[in-house]
Design a protein around this ligand. Structure first.
Ligand SMILES: [Zn+2]
Length: 243
């Protein structure tokens, strides 16, 4: 049997299985790891509370046969309680977690991905401007744009890549913006393109206030890029009204 090891991990998702067990999907700096937590649903089991999504833990992991390892111990490094007590923040953060799950399905080591998720979840507990829902959405859009860049699909949208002129369209396959004369694609206005370029290049949380129309346009850009290059659908702001 392989040796048990300790790993810092963030809980992405957890599912009930069997009588009292849970399957927990973790992100570690070494990549995705799926573990089973035996007895985690029994009320007496303290482990259950430590395996809520968005919690950052130091996990003891016993590798098993095949894909599924067993988690034999967990020490909380960041509980996520401040995040989980606010449904608006939870809803937005769920979109960020979903993007990680879909865009990074392979168990590949990525310290920047792990650090980015840890930073995003902490940022989601901080003040997010006068309009909490909008601020939480913008934070998540910034995070997803950075995830797309990490995956190698950074959208180049600051200006038309052909002539440097004003942006009018986004070509998801090329991953860049054009003016109407240089290229074609889905409509993208210059203000939304500028905002997206800022969200990609500036630190997470530096820009939190964007009009609803720009939030919708950037979400559409993210969804198109993820679908074109990763073949995955992101539900990001799918229900948001256009404005
Ligand atoms: Zn052009």
């Amino acid at each position: 049997m392989a040796t048990a090891y300790a790993a810092e991990a963030i809980v992405l998702r957890s599912f009930r299985t069997g009588e009292a067990d849970r399957v927990v999907h973790l992100l570690t700096p070494a990549g995705r790891v799926n573990v089973i937590a035996k007895g985690a649903r029994k009320t007496t089991a303290k482990m259950g509370a430590r395996l809520e999504p968005m919690t950052r833990i130091e996990a003891m992991i016993q590798p098993g046969k095949g894909d599924l390892s067993t988690i034999t111990g967990a020490h909380v490094l960041w509980s996520g309680d401040d995040l989980r007590r606010d449904p608006v923040r939870v809803l937005a953060a769920t979109g960020g977690i979903e993007a990680i799950v879909r865009l990074f399905p392979e168990p590949e080591p990525d310290q920047r991905l792990f650090d980015g998720l840890a930073r995003y979840l902490v940022a989601m507990t901080e003040p997010l401007g006068d309009d909490l829902r909008a601020g939480a959405e913008v934070l998540t859009l910034a995070f997803v744009l950075k995830l797309l860049a990490l995956a190698g699909w950074r959208p180049e949208v600051a200006a038309c890549v052909g002539c440097g002129g004003a942006v009018e369209v986004y070509d998801a396959a090329a991953g860049c913006a054009f003016c109407g004369a240089c290229g074609s694609g889905m409509p993208l206005d210059q203000a939304s393109a500028t905002a997206a370029a800022r969200l990609i290049s500036e630190p997470l949380g530096a820009l939190l206030t964007l009009p609803a129309g720009q939030r919708t346009a950037i979400a559409r850009l993210c969804r198109a890029t993820a679908e074109e290059h990763g073949g995955v659908r992101l539900s990001l702001l799918a229900q948001s009204p256009r404005g």
